[in-house]
Design a protein around this ligand. Structure first.
Ligand SMILES: Cc1ncc(COP(=O)(O)O)c(C=O)c1O
Length: 389
C-alpha cells in the first residue's frame, strides 16, 4: 500500500475513534469501581482478616462457581500462579511438552517451565485467533509417535502431555475440536481463560470444558481483585490437590502448622477477595456494556475496508474483553503508523504481545510452522475497550 493510502487509512480510523467519544489518555481496559468496592474492602480491613484467611475468599470462590457452573474453584494470587498449580495437578514435569498457541500471553509458557517441562509452540487460526486445529492435526500426525497410548515428539523424544488453549481477548477457542484432538493423542487440557470471564462455548463457560481452567482478575480484566486468579475444575482430585498446593501444602488443623510436602504461598488474600465480591455483582452489567461498546465500534467500522472486526465464533458468546480489528493484508508499516498516531492522539491502542516463539528465553523450544501467528502479529490492533457504566 502506498504511503498516501496508508495515511488515509490512519486518518479514517482516527476519525472513527474521535466520533465514538471515547475518553482519551485512559488505559486500554480500565476497572470500574464505586462505593461498593470501598465498603467491601473496608469490611475486610475492619475484620483484620486481610491475608489468606477470611470470609470473602470462600464467598468469592462460591460466586465464581455459581456464575461459571464450575463444580470447584480455588482462588489464587494471580492467573499465572493458577496456571502453575493447574499444571502441577496434571503431573506436568520434566521430559514433558505442553502444546501452547504462539499468539498468546506469556503466562502458560512460563508456568510450563516452572514445572520443569517445555512449551511446544503451535499456530493459531487466522480468523478466530484460537488454535488452528486443522493445522495441528496434520502436524501431530507427521511429527509424533505413540507408545503405550502416550504421544511423543519424534525429534525430542519427550512426551507431549497436554495442550493449553487460550481464549484470546475473550474469544472462545474451538473447544470441541481441541477435545477431539486431546482424546486422540491422550493429552490433558488446561484452558487459559484468563481473559474470558463471561465467555461461553456452546453454553459452557470457558475454563470449565477441559480438565482444568484458570481465570485472571488482574486490574485490566473484565472484573478485578487488584491481582488474583482462579482455578476451575469439575474433578475433585484436581481441586483437592490445587487447594493444598496453593496453601503451602499445610495440613488442615485449627492451630498446628504441619505440612504434607512442597507447596506454594498462592492463596488469594481476603482483601483482594473483598474487592472481587463487590466487582462480581457488576459482572452482568459490565458484559452488557461491553456488548454495547462492541456494537458501537461495529457500526462505525463497517466502512473501513482495510480491516475486519474480530467476530464471535458460531455457537459461542464472547465477553468482548479487548475489541480487536485485524488488517485484511498484513502490513507492519501501516500497523506501526496506526499505533503511533492513535496513541499520540490519546487513544490507547495496542498490538498483540510479542510472539512467544520470539521471546529470548522461549526461542529454544520446539515449534511448528507459525506463519498465521507471524502474519497476525503484523495485523492486529486492540482498541480502547474500557466501559463506564
Ligand atoms: C491469556 C492470559 N493468560 C494468563 C494471564 C496471567 O494472569 P495474571 O496477570 O493474573 O498472572 C493473563 C493476563 O494477565 C492473560 O492475558
Amino acid at each position: 500500500m502506498k504511503i498516501n493510502s496508508q495515511e488515509k487509512v490512519v486518518k479514517k480510523l482516527l476519525k472513527i475513534l474521535s466520533e465514538l467519544n471515547l475518553e482519551r489518555k485512559k488505559g486500554i481496559h480500565e476497572p470500574y469501581f464505586n462505593k461498593k468496592e470501598t465498603s467491601y474492602v473496608q469490611k475486610s480491613v475492619n475484620s483484620t482478616y486481610v491475608s489468606t484467611v477470611g470470609g470473602f475468599i470462600k464467598k468469592f470462590e462460591n460466586e465464581i462457581k455459581k456464575f461459571t457452573k464450575s463444580k470447584y474453584a480455588v482462588a489464587t494470587v494471580n492467573g499465572t500462579s493458577a496456571l502453575h498449580i493447574s499444571m502441577m495437578t496434571l503431573g506436568i514435569g520434566s521430559n514433558h511438552e505442553v502444546l501452547i498457541p504462539n499468539l498468546n500471553y506469556i503466562g502458560s509458557s512460563n508456568a510450563t517451565i516452572y514445572c520443569g517441562a517445555s512449551p511446544h509452540f503451535i499456530d493459531v487460526d487466522s480468523k478466530y485467533l484460537g488454535i488452528d486445529t486443522n493445522k495441528l492435526r496434520d502436524y501431530l500426525k507427521k511429527n509424533t509417535f505413540t507408545k503405550k497410548n502416550q504421544t511423543f515428539n519424534k525429534k525430542t523424544f519427550k512426551k507431549i502431555i497436554a495442550i493449553a488453549p487460550t481464549h484470546i481477548f475473550g474469544q472462545p477457542s474451538k473447544m470441541n475440536e481441541i477435545l477431539d484432538i486431546s482424546k486422540e493423542y491422550n493429552l490433558k487440557v488446561v484452558e487459559d481463560a484468563a481473559e474470558s470471564l463471561g465467555s461461553f462455548y456452546k453454553h459452557k463457560h470457558t475454563g470449565t470444558i477441559g480438565d482444568v481452567g484458570i481465570l485472571s482478575f488482574n486490574g485490566n480484566k473484565i472484573i478485578t481483585t487488584g491481582g488474583g486468579g482462579m482455578i476451575l475444575t469439575n474433578n475433585f482430585k484436581i481441586y483437592n490437590q490445587a487447594k493444598i498446593l496453593s496453601q503451602v501444602s499445610k495440613k488442615s488443623h485449627p492451630w498446628k502448622y504441619n505440612y504434607k510436602g512442597l507447596g506454594f504461598n498462592y492463596r488469594m488474600p481476603n482483601l483482594n477477595a473483598a474487592l472481587g465480591c463487590a466487582q462480581i455483582k457488576k459482572l452482568k452489567n459490565l458484559l452488557k456494556a461491553k456488548k454495547k461498546l462492541y456494537s458501537r465500534y461495529e457500526s462505525k467500522l463497517k466502512n473501513l475496508r482495510e480491516f475486519y472486526l474480530l467476530k464471535e465464533l458460531p455457537d459461542t458468546k464472547c465477553n468482548n474483553w479487548l475489541i480487536t480489528i485485524i488488517l485484511k493484508k498484513k502490513n507492519k508499516n501501516l500497523l506501526d503508523k496506526i499505533l503511533k498516531t492513535t496513541n499520540k492522539n490519546g487513544f490507547n491502542t495496542r498490538p498483540v504481545w510479542q510472539l512467544l516463539s520470539q521471546v529470548p528465553h522461549l526461542k529454544k523450544y520446539p515449534k511448528m510452522d507459525l506463519s498465521n501467528s507471524i502474519n497476525l502479529s503484523k495485523s492486529i490492533v486492540c482498541l480502547p475497550s474500557s466501559v463506564r457504566l
